[in-house]
Design a protein around this ligand. Structure first.
Ligand code: SAM
Length: 285
């Protein structure tokens, strides 16, 4: 079954009485070249179990299942279950879980579904929850090697920006803390049905956990980062002091301990500087 063919999609949809839900971010891929590329770049191969988020009618799911040992996909829309039963019927290595990704116990799912396999995540994400999904995947410390996802183009630029540059935000620091993000290729809006109002890009986050703080250090680090980026034009001293209620003197001391200017802004610090500053401040606060 050609799941990127518009006529086929319309026929299946009408037979199942299915209509697109804008609220669930349902824009399905109709260019046959895109899903094989996501699958290949996304580690779908021998020895891998792939966790997919949001199947639609199964166009990416099928390409993943052709390459990986197993695909387990989480899809919130119950109306798609009978559709997927039909469109993916030729595969015996796919399991669909009808659940909200934000409520799913991903550690448990991975344990149950992918015993003995290496694990990676691939998805054309629903854009209304791009950042929460990515942060849930990373913060849950899942045993995953990579997260390869289609996101809105602007989100891709932010997620893959260099820390310390204007394009970076708190989410960029969050992603960098757990892995290394890279933009793979762009996908224009005409490659989807229905066509969204934005262009997209596929990114891959290689989960390498280069930075390891203890639990308290991690929590404090993310509070510092959020405080700095929520008032990014302010100096670190002013932003962190007003948001976290820590005295300006202590913040100055922590900056100086790391050779940083008293006028530095959080947005101008690189990853090592951010982590070292946060750790110094945590000790003296
Ligand atoms: N993978 C398909 C494709 O590329 O054509 C569909 C991608 S579409 C952009 C996003 C999919 O995510 C939809 O099928 C939608 O129903 C599903 N979805 C939306 N919110 C979800 C949630 N909270 N949990 C799981 N799936 C969700």
């Amino acid at each position: 079954m050609n799941l990127t063919d518009i006529g086929t999609i319309k026929e299946i949809m009408s037979r199942h009485g299915f209509s697109f839900s804008k609220g669930l971010g349902q824009n399905f891929i109709i260019n046959p070249n895109i899903c094989p590329k996501i699958a290949e770049e996304g580690n779908a191969g021998e020895g891998f179990g792939i966790l997919e988020i949001g199947t639609g009618i199964g166009v990416l799911t099928a390409e993943l299942a052709k390459r990986a040992d197993k695909v387990t996909a989480i899809e919130i829309d119950t109306r798609l279950m009978p559709v997927l039963n039909e469109t993916l019927s030729e595969f015996d290595n796919i399991k669909i879980i009808n659940q909200d990704i934000m409520k799913a116990d991903l550690n448990q799912i991975i344990k149950e579904e992918f015993d003995g396999l290496r694990v990676a995540v691939c998805a054309n994400l629903p854009y209304y929850i791009t950042s929460p999904v990515i942060m849930k995947l990373l913060e849950s410390r899942l045993p995953i090697e990579s997260v390869t996802v289609m996101v809105q183009k602007e989100a891709a630029q932010r997620l893959c920006a260099e820390i310390g540059t204007r394009d970076a935000g708190a989410i960029t620091v969050g992603v960098n803390y757990y892995g290394t993000a890279k933009q793979l290729f762009s996908v224009s809006r005409g490659n989807f049905m229905p066509s969204p109002n934005v262009d997209s890009a596929v990114i891959r986050i290689d989960v390498d956990c280069r930075y390891r703080l203890d639990e308290d250090g991690e929590k404090f680090f993310f509070r510092v980062v959020k405080s700095g980026f929520s008032q990014r034009r302010k100096t670190a001293v002013n932003a962190v002091s007003s948001q976290l209620g820590i005295s300006k003197e202590k913040i100055c001391t922590a900056l100086k301990e790391n050779g940083l200017s008293e006028n530095a802004r959080i947005e101008s610090l690189n990853m090592e500087q951010l982590i070292n500053f946060s750790e110094s401040l945590r000790k003296i606060k």
